[in-house]
Design a protein around this ligand. Sequence first.
Ligand code: ADP
Ligand code: MG
Length: 479
Amino acid sequence: MSPANENRPVDAPEPLDSTSQATNPAATPVSDRRPGANDAGMPVPASPPSAPGNPGASAGSILDAILTAKSELFRGSREVLRDSYVPSRLPHREQQIRQVAEILAPALKGELPSNLLIYGKIGTGKTAVVAQVRQDIQRRTDLASHITFITLNCGNIDTPYSLLQTIGNSFAKNEADRIPTGWSLDRVQSGMRRLMDAKGGIQVLVLDEVDRLVARSGDNVLYTLSQINTELETARLALVGVSNDLKFTNHLDARVRSRLNEEKILFPPYDATQLQDILRDRAHEAFRDGVVDPGVVERCAAYAALENGDARRALALLRLSAEMAERDHAKRITPDHVVKAKNRLEQDIIIDCCRTLPPHCKVLLYAILQSFERRRNGVLTGEVYDSYRRLAERLGLQPLHARSISNYVSELESLGLIRATIVSRGRGGRTREIIVDVPISETMPALEEDPLIAPVGRPKPRGQMLLTNFDNPARTDTF
Ligand code: ADP
Ligand code: MG
């Protein structure tokens, strides 16, 4: 991480930065929303039924009527199938729940828990298990009043600076208490410690997707956090790192590794039978009796088992299968709907992935898409940086340095959204040429729906493009 400079911190975030998202840790960053979909995630009908004889009906009640009229399949809220929903039972994670609870339980007796590292592939229930144990601990209000949990998804946080600022500000009682943007990194650190001490007690900091932060900006910030107890006066901090990268600790400095690794829990992938159990539970909660045909759950589970046993993928397939059935006005979800859903899913995954990028990375991706759309050809990193900087400035963000942006180019590449090849430019100069690896016709509107990007987006095509593509999973690229 770059050293701070008193007046203008390197890579400091600006007011519009990730802070607002990140200070709301409860909000799961993985957005389920798709363009052209309403709050319930369902496609908006082309011509909504009118509400005759009810001139006073509000838009809300009309929407409610549409939703209720449509839910022949759903028992109640569709939230049940969303990523942000924490189910009351987590089948096949009993052992991990017990382990996490045992490690954090000393906090209930006022003792500092060991630091914990949880690791496992994506969709293996890590976030859900931690959320459940957190809830269980917090429910013990008699014993837990001195325990504060802060859960942050590092995938959404651009820099170590914004991480520390966000941690500090999660303890701020009012505006005047908050750490403003513009302070040096040292000052942010001491501000954070002051806020932590003002709160006191045992603080459990859950750094979800911590591997992404470290890949982006190294492990200095983990070092800072892992030795912070020596500097705190009244508060004490326990760290829970959650990583989707199994080799995460290989990238850590030995001191950080030994501190973070005091306890370690591996979450293995689910097999197809376990995924079936998870899906059956959830289907039972989500759907009316008898609307899920035999073979639906099995097929969703089988597909997801092939994808590294990812429960998120399995649930997304089930949810999309239901959407496909609703589009067909079917009374039941059939295995054919699962096949359609599977085709659709890949596209959705790309869109979700774009929407959960940290703010500057999103702006960068949008700059790349814009340049690529204009040129219909590879773009060089220098040009991309210029477009990024212009966009960031128009959005009132302080642009990050070229080096950070170059790291983000690598991150976008590792996410499979772009490809970057090194090209030489005479006189020994080398740069990277970037090619977009996602369908622009879908990704650009998806980013433009994001409140961060919207102010610099093109005029809205009203999501028609996406609705049209819905039934035709074969992508129609504009390039
Ligand atoms: P990870 O954090 O490992 O990527 P999550 O905890 O986000 O995985 O799980 C992905 C999705 O699958 C979430 O919607 C979660 O509720 C669900 N899920 C994961 N494991 C289970 C389980 N054992 N039982 C029920 N739902 C689960
Ligand atoms: Mg997770």
